[in-house]
Structure formats: C-alpha cells, structure tokens
Design a protein around this ligand. Structure first.
Ligand code: ARG
Length: 286
C-alpha cells in the first residue's frame, strides 16, 4: 500500500474517535452439533481465553459495508465478516456477539478492550498496527472511485480539486485527505461521511463529485444506485485482517489459529465466494 501518513496524522485519526455510538446487539449461537461436526478440534479452548464476556466472542463492526457486513430485515448483522467470525467463534467454543457502531468506534472498541475483536473489512496499516494487533490477512481490498456515469472524472488525476466523499476513519479518507505531495488530494477537498451509503447519497445529490471506498461495497452501491459507476483504475491495494487489543496474545493466537484452519480447509474462500461472485476479483483469501 502507498505510504502517505505521518505519525502525527495517525495519532489525530486514532485519538479523535473514542466515542462509541449505537451498539446494537446481535448474538449468533454457533452450531454445536457434535455428531455432524467434521471440523478439526480447536487448538485453544474457550477456558484458556479471557474475553469481554465469559464464553462470548464480542466483535465490533460497522454494518454499513456490504457484502462484508450489513444488517438484514430483522436487524441481524450479516455478511462475510459475520460468517467468518461465527466460524471462528465456533472453533473456539464461544458464542458470537456482534456490536454495530461507527467504523472508527469499532476500531476504538477493540483497542480499548470493549470488544474482543474488530472485524469490519479493516485494512491493516502502520498506524493501526501501533494501537491494535492484527491476525493474518483474510481478504484483499481495493480502494476504488465511484462517479456518476458521464462524469468528467475519468482517472485518479482528474480528482485533483474535486470534492471527494469518503467514510470517516477509513483508509479511503486517510489516503485522499493526505497532502497532494504525498499522493492525496488535500484535506480541504475530502468530506467524511458516517458511512459509504451516506456518501453515495451525497454524490447522487450533487454535493460531491466522487466517492472513494473499498471495491466490494462500491460494487454493491453501484448496483443499488443506477446512474453510478466505478473508475477502472484502482486507487490503492489493501489487506483486511482482524484487530485485537494490543498485548492480548492469547486471544490473538487463538483467533489466528482458528482463522488459519478455516483458510486451509477452504471455509474462508467459500464464505467470500458466497457473497462475491468469483469474477468480481475484488477480494480473495490469501
Ligand atoms: N478497508 C477500509 C478501512 O479499513 C474501510 C473499512 C470500512 N468498514 C466498514 N465496515 N465500514 O479503512
């Protein structure tokens, strides 16, 4: 990934985001039908693990990022991250609890130990690695640019001086708002929205000229909003991983161990394939 950021910017971003909002609960009971359970026994048992709530794996997320996470009609958080977290929780013998909040709040929750893990299509970057530990990566992300069809923005260079919408606290915001000499477009040209859905609404209303967001949600947003399209040029390539509070090595190792098994047996890939058609090329398990 392009390296744009000074440590100062990272500090600003990560310190400014401590407020947690709208924690909706969503408990998913892992299936524990032993007779039909073909999976390997978990290497770490729940009793070894200290979690926020005993016997429960609490995941913070921002469920406005389909197909990684969104809410269904009954308000349950569904998507790639929810399915992977459920599979990890099952391996660890824990119940999964998903708390939906702002994206920056979801990172902060894991950082401060209010959640056990943050799973929200979180891109690993140096600044976040200072305040969170990360598992191995489980998917690739690509920052892309959404524009109205027929827009005069046809390349990344055309974005200079335009009004760019992003989701607050995301790498899209961080990259775009960095100074021009660092490959960004300047903070004054970037508008942070609560989520990508709000940014796309503003784009349709003509308040901004384009939206920078990860490819998989971008494709869903474009599908749901006729008249929008994405530029073919990719703005940045990234890797997603699960964040755990710094120093919680037992939990990090356990989650990583479960994730590794789920990668090796093809579970992660099949979850991704279930949500992203194979030809979309927007995310692959490592
Ligand atoms: N991958 C980007 C980042 O880490 C965006 C993630 C946004 N995720 C979400 N659930 N809203 O900054």
């Amino acid at each position: 990934m392009k390296k744009f950021l000074s440590v100062l910017m990272a500090a600003t971003m990560l310190v400014g985001v401590m407020a947690l909002t709208g924690c909706g609960g969503d408990a998913t009971e892992p299936t524990t039908d032993e007779a039909n359970n073909q999976s390997e026994p978990a290497s770490t048992t729940a009793t070894d693990l200290k979690t926020v709530t005993e016997g429960v794996l609490t995941m913070s997320t921002n469920a406005a990022f389909p197909p990684y996470e969104s809410t269904d009609d009954s308000g349950n958080v569904v998507g790639i991250d929810a399915d992977i977290a459920a599979a990890i929780a099952e391996k660890l013998g824990l119940k999964l609890q998903i708390d939906d909040m702002d994206f920056d709040g979801a990172l902060a929750a894991a950082q401060s130990g209010k959640s056990d893990i943050v799973m929200a299509g979180v891109t690993v970057n140096e600044e976040r690695q200072l305040v969170l530990d990360f598992t191995d990566t489980y998917a690739n992300g690509v920052q892309v640019v959404i524009v109205p069809e027929g827009s005069d923005i046809t390349s990344i260079e055309d974005m200079q001086g335009k009004r760019i919408g992003t989701q607050r606290g995301t790498t899209g915001y961080i990259l775009c708002s960095s100074p021009v000499e660092d490959g960004g477009f300047g903070e004054e040209n970037v508008v942070p929205y609560d989520d990508a859905i709000a940014a796309v609404k503003a784009l349709k209303n003509g308040q901004i000229d384009c939206v920078v967001i990860d490819n998989a949600p971008a494709q869903e947003l474009v599908k749901a909003n006729p008249g929008l399209t994405t530029l073919e040029t990719e703005y940045a390539n990234e890797k997603y991983a699960i964040g755990v509070a710094k120093g919680n090595t037992a939990l990090l190792d356990a989650v990583n161990g479960a994730l590794k098994e789920l990668m090796e047996d093809g579970t992660i890939q099949s979850i991704i394939d279930k949500y992203i058609p194979a030809d979309a090329g927007s995310a692959e398990a490592e």
